[in-house]
Design a protein around this ligand. Structure first.
Ligand SMILES: *Cc1c(COP(=O)(O)O)cnc(C)c1O
Length: 339
């Protein structure tokens, strides 16, 4: 048995999800004729109280489309120094949109309204990049699954509004935040111009993301999706997995969070662990004693069929998910104790 804790993207469809996929009604989605894709898009738009939604093959493509929607080459995007859009999308902000990022020195991937006030209000001088867009990420990935304080998001939205800036949320793991903080999708739909969400992370679908926004933005978004190569055909089979995931796999995220907290509590008590970052959702970031070293630790765990991943700067990451069972949890806790 392999205990794969590398990411929540490693899950495989459950038998019931596969059943839903196999019985999906499909059509050509480039002609908007796939009824299951249409159903998923409408379902998610309604859930967030937003006008429209588009189904994407990946979260990266959804985010990149949003950035392209809101900017022109030479513009500036405000984001945290840990942001996925800056660190883990292959430099796509530069490649696809020709923009630069102002990296904010936040805490665990989150910054404050105060930290961006000045750059958000920069006057359009000919020698400056124009500030056009503020991007947040909730939960934060490199920040260890941290959840934003909703009041702070509202303050940042006020800064965006006051300065005529667009506001995008990378919500790849937004459902983890909603469950952990007892918030609703509509609260977020009210604040942001665009939101991306992933079905292929904690929700356990094999593929799929959505971008939400206004009718107007999603009309141009549809063209951008085609331009980027994301126009797909009979993908109702995949959309059906997403519908199933939204109906059945949201509330259970609390179980992943509980297991993550238990792992964190144990790690915190072990002498060879030097630090465990606060755990709010399903991501655990921790550091092993320098004398052991991250690489040695990863290799030793691999010998026990336990897979985890390095995050740079000596950080180690464990992610709990749908396919991480109670039995695996028992084994992991035992192996960590005995290391
Ligand atoms: C996973 C992830 C994405 C999108 O990733 P894809 O692999 O392209 O689906 C975007 N943002 C964050 C924060 C993520 O964790």
């Amino acid at each position: 048995m392999i205990i794969d804790l590398i990411s929540d993207t490693v899950t495989k469809p459950t038998p019931k999800m596969l059943e839903a996929m196999m019985s999906a009604k499909v059509g050509d989605d480039v002609f908007k004729m796939d009824p299951t894709v249409n159903e998923l898009q409408e379902k998610v738009a309604t859930m967030f109280g937003m006008e429209d939604a588009l189904f994407f093959p990946s979260g990266t493509m959804a985010n990149q489309t949003a950035i392209k929607l809101h900017t022109q080459p030479g513009d500036l995007v405000i984001c945290d120094k840990y942001a996925h859009i800056y660190n883990y999308e292959s430099g796509g902000v530069a490649f696809n949109s020709g923009v630069t990022c102002k990296l904010i020195d936040g805490e665990r991937g989150m910054f404050t309204a105060k930290q961006i006030e000045e750059i958000a209000a920069a006057k359009p001088e000919i020698y400056l990049p124009y500030t056009k867009l503020i991007c947040l990420e909730n939960t934060t990935n490199k920040g260890g699954g941290a959840c934003w304080d909703f009041e702070e998001i509202k303050k940042i939205q006020q800064v965006a509004k006051k300065n005529n800036l667009k506001f995008h949320l990378d919500g790849a793991r937004l459902f983890n935040a909603l469950v952990a903080k007892n918030e609703t999708p509509k609260q977020y739909g009210e604040l942001f111009d665009t939101i991306s969400i992933c079905l292929s992370k904690g929700l356990g679908a094999p593929i799929g993301s959505l971008l939400l926004g206004s009718k107007k933005d999603m009309t141009y978004g549809l063209r951008l999706r085609k331009l980027l190569g994301g126009g797909m055909r009979q993908v109702g089979f995949l959309a059906a997995a997403g519908i199933y995931a939204l109906d059945n796999h949201v509330e259970r995220l609390a179980e992943d969070h509980q297991k993550a907290k238990e792992i964190g509590a144990l790690l915190g008590s072990l002498s060879y662990i030097t630090k465990v970052e606060p755990i709010e959702t399903n991501i655990i970031i921790f550091y092993v004693d320098e004398k052991i070293g991250a690489e040695f630790f990863i290799n030793k765990m691999k010998e026990k069929n336990i897979l985890l991943t390095p995050m740079g700067d000596g950080k180690l990451r464990i992610v709990t998910h749908l396919d991480y069972t109670d039995k695996m949890h028992e084994i992991l806790l035992k192996e960590l104790k005995n290391f």
